[in-house]
Design a protein around this ligand. Sequence first.
Ligand code: GDP
Ligand code: MG
Length: 348
Amino acid sequence: MRVVLAERVSPSEQSHLNELEALAKTMDYEVVGFLKQVKEPDPAYQVGKGKAQELTGLVKETGAERVIFSNQLTPSQAFKLSKLAGKEVIDRFQLILEIFAKRASSPEAKLQVEYARLKYELPRVRERVRALLSVEQPGFRGGGEYEVDVQYDMIKRKLANLRRKLKDISKSREQRRMLRRKRGFKLVALAGYTNSGKSTLLNALTAAGAEVDNMYFTTLTPRTRAIKSSQTVLLTDTVGFIDGLPHWLVEAFKATLEEIYLADLVVLVVDGSDPIPEILRKYSTSKDVLQEYPVKTVVAINKVDLVSKQELQQKMEVLSRLSSSVVQISALKGTNLEGLVDVIRSNV
Ligand code: GDP
Ligand code: MG
């Protein structure tokens, strides 16, 4: 799908367009255009009216089928923007929900994602119903209270239902892990922030087309493959960490990390081209989440091809203080992948 990415930031705010692009690529979307505006938020369109019209032009020009905003949109903003642009307009959180839904492979993860989606919708029901009614009934002035109540109750009932189901799902993870062990396989999960290079590393370490027979691993995603030089070690990609996840999305995110629950070892991929404070911040966030899983972790500093020797030395020192096992690699250039495989082998 062809998409345009849009963002409005206040003068003091940082842009998140790069991250949004990485997220869009996770869904295999083709990014065909960008729209940026530095301005305080506009209640009607999030961006200013003129910029919204510019967006319409950009959508036509590029043949985009969808617009994704980095900002959180109110239902009425999304509604107005999509009327103007003639295409669907969603925000970053809806994109993240799509990614989670795509990656959720267990029944539990699927339910968690659906739960998060309804949580997102609940506070928006009133505004969405009003926006819809005002179009269907020109001159509409009332609040559509009845319709709002009906929708509200329906979502609440669904949420209660999901909570019950989630409670009922038995924890069969350990069983699945044992089964795999009995068959002599080890599972290594790649974790790390979006854009750190997990997918590139998965491709570099595994033979293309060496998809593992899904019969044995029905509970795992199709992205699980055997390491080229060690056919009993399976490698699996996970959905990346994302900054600024609201609390209602965090549980869904964790549920999509189930590969980590099942893994014998986690390779935490760190983007070595980030500045040290950024590396430390991302590392500690990742560790906080990983702490909930009783799994051994080794660290791979990736993208060393982008870093000077001296800089790398400093980053290595900083990370070595935090983890006993740190390997420097370049997934893209294929640098020191043997070193990483050795570390993996000696840890599983
Ligand atoms: P993921 O989100 O963690 O799966 O990251 P990707 O594997 O999609 O990589 C994100 C971006 O970083 C892509 O543009 C890759 O080409 C790039 N990348 C990954 N590994 C390296 C590396 O070792 N060196 C350089 N220079 N770029 C890399
Ligand atoms: Mg990836």
